[in-house]
Design a binder for this molecule. Sequence first.
Ligand code: C2E
Ligand code: CA
Ligand code: CA
Length: 393
Amino acid sequence: MEEGTGLGDDWVHWLLDAARARLGMDVAWVSLFTEGDQRITSAVGDLASMNVVEGMSAPLEGSYCVRVLSGQLPPVVTGATRDPRTRDLEVTADLNIGSYVGAPVRDADHRPVGMLCCVSRGPGTHLDAESARTVELLADLISDHLRSGSAAAARDLAARRERVRSFLVRGAVVTHLQPVVEMATGAVVGHEALSRFPDWKGPGPAGLFSEAAAVGLGVELEELAARAALEVARTLPADLTLAVNLSPEALTCDSVVQLLLEHCDCDLAVEITEHSRIDDYAAVLSATGRLRGSGIGVSVDDAGAGYASLRHILRLRPDVIKLDTGLVMGLHDDPARQAMTSAMVAFAGETGARLVAEGVEEEAERDALLARGVRYGQGYLFGRPRPAYDLVA
Ligand code: C2E
Ligand code: CA
Ligand code: CA
């Protein structure tokens, strides 16, 4: 059963409220079991007085739940602070438990995967077998609800995977190329390969890459895109560099590195396109080391877009740093962007990296970049991404 399906779930809250009201108790919650712990995914009532917070985790060991499930404790405890089976448990004091009624939440195979608990600070002399049956009934309803919720989530995930997979099986990617130019002369020095998925209805190619990553097919889709781009590389003039986008996950995948190495006779670079942190720099550095050893350059994309990209630059020591569109946009009017650009120029100079400004749309931006020592640029001013088959023809 999917963990967390209960959190913030109105129907489960409603059932918990029904349980609490029916039994006249302070608090009711559903917890779902994980490895050794239980997590309270939904809770209602006077939570603060019992030190309960929705989303909190607590160890299963020492809990009422495991004792009820193993039969050491009955499902109804009317005087927890006096009952020898509960009075010395830490949880009794920690949560101010005076009385308790619990029933398991079960998965489709009837295995307990969580617990519905009703708890009060005071004793519960009114609680009886009927109370236990009420909680059991509501726990069964919650079990059904969570099962149908997780079944629906599983179906949804399968449908999303299938949609991404359809791009993979059809190889439905078209490589576009956008020129990178020496801004002073306008001479084209290379291209960036940008993927297009003609029948993808979502937001931009980046949308499909993140959807693929979300359903566990990210690297497969990147490999497909890289394969298509590398086929284009074969058709380009030998003195023009082709930059291929890859996430750190794809870059640390052996088949992707192999694929690149098979094309190392072309003039290639990889652009590391990652906006979040890299968890395993050692693996990325080992991949970039192998690529560099075969003459494939390494670029860090979107520099200046956030802290992550600066960290990547320091750790990966790229051959090329691509200044993010956000830094270039309106550069000529903005002293802060100008200062940042100058700092990047100084840094690139000291580390021997080449700077490429992205998203250059206006002549004023180009001139401001040139004035600060940025030689290379890419953007609509110089050329939009166009289908490779157009360009090569
Ligand atoms: P990116 O690598 O930062 O690519 C640059 C984006 O800026 C491209 O968007 C490009 O079309 C757009 N662009 C170029 N010039 C200008 C300009 O002058 N103004 C503005 N406003 N935008 C400009 P696109 O093609 O939609 O790609 C978006 C992102 O999707 C890429 O960002 C990259 O992260 C990812 N992506 C695209 N193709 C691939 C691929 O084959 N593999 C991987 N891993 N990622 C890819
Ligand atoms: Ca890029
Ligand atoms: Ca970029």
